[in-house]
Design a protein around this ligand. Structure first.
Ligand code: ATP
Ligand code: MG
Length: 220
């Protein structure tokens, strides 16, 4: 079984990649970490692996390059069908097992119920990996519903929720609602960084992400 954290989101484009890079900044001095994007669609425009390598100034050994890489910017099941391939969760699990010497930061594609193939969703992969799940959510209006739905879907599958990270302008009311109704902890509120640089992200991560060190045990 791998160690680490699965990073999901309430939607595509919410900040999973940026938060994954922040996790490397925050914990790489405590544990050997490796980032992995098992399924990347729209690879010509979107390369989250390259983005994390740059945003977290990664050494080559901090990046897992295996996985499914698909050209079309669609849901994985649709992008795979158009490419004439089938995404096999068993093959992805085998790849994860080859990195048992490190704590993995595994970034999903889209959200929890995004389909991978005719039977499996991203939640199937999460369940088979058995890692705690961190939810990345927008801070803005609409996030309470999306975040609570995501937490419900995770718990319905007996997945352990590690917490929530909110991205965007600070919204204390939304944060309080997510913690109260979601029965979880908001581990960080990442503001919009302009410009978004590795140095600015590192400053935020090392001072504001999980200041209580609640995630420290997931890498061990
Ligand atoms: N805190 C931030 N400050 C500045 N830019 C940000 C921030 N968070 C996210 N972004 C930008 O917003 C866009 C979407 O963020 P990101 O790529 O992290 O989302 P995602 O959830 O990983 O998307 P996907 O579902 O495609 O993997 C990117 O261009 C990213 O650089
Ligand atoms: Mg991403």
């Amino acid at each position: 079984m791998p160690r680490g954290l699965f990073v999901t989101g309430t939607d595509t484009g919410v900040g999973k990649t940026v938060v994954s890079a922040a996790l490397l900044h925050r914990y790489r001095h405590q544990a050997r970490l490796r980032y992995w994007k098992p399924v990347q669609t729209g690879i010509e425009e979107d390369d989250d692996t390259a983005a994390v390598a740059a945003l977290a100034a990664c050494a080559p050994g901090e990046i897992v390059r295996e996985g499914v890489r698909l050209p079309r910017p669609l849901s994985p099941h649709a992008a795979a069908a158009l490419a004439g391939v089938t995404i096999e969760t068993t093959a992805l699990l085998a790849a994860a097992a080859r990195h048992a010497d490190a704590g993995l930061v595994i970034e999903g594609a889209g959200g929890v119920l995004v389909p991978l193939n005719g039977t499996d969703t991203m939640a199937t992969l999460m369940t088979r990996l058995g890692l705690p799940v961190l939810v990345v959510a927008r801070s803005s209006l609409g996030t309470i519903n999306h975040t609570l739905l995501t937490l419900d879907a995770l718990r319905a599958r007996q997945l352990a929720v590690a917490g929530v990270v909110m991205v965007g302008a600070r919204n204390e009311s939304n944060r309080a609602a997510i913690e109260h109704y979601g029965g979880t902890t908001v581990l960080g509120e990442l503001p919009w960084l302009d410009p978004l640089t590795p140095a600015a992200l590192e400053v935020w991560a090392t001072s504001r992400l999980d200041p209580g060190g609640l995630l420290g045990s997931v890498w061990a």
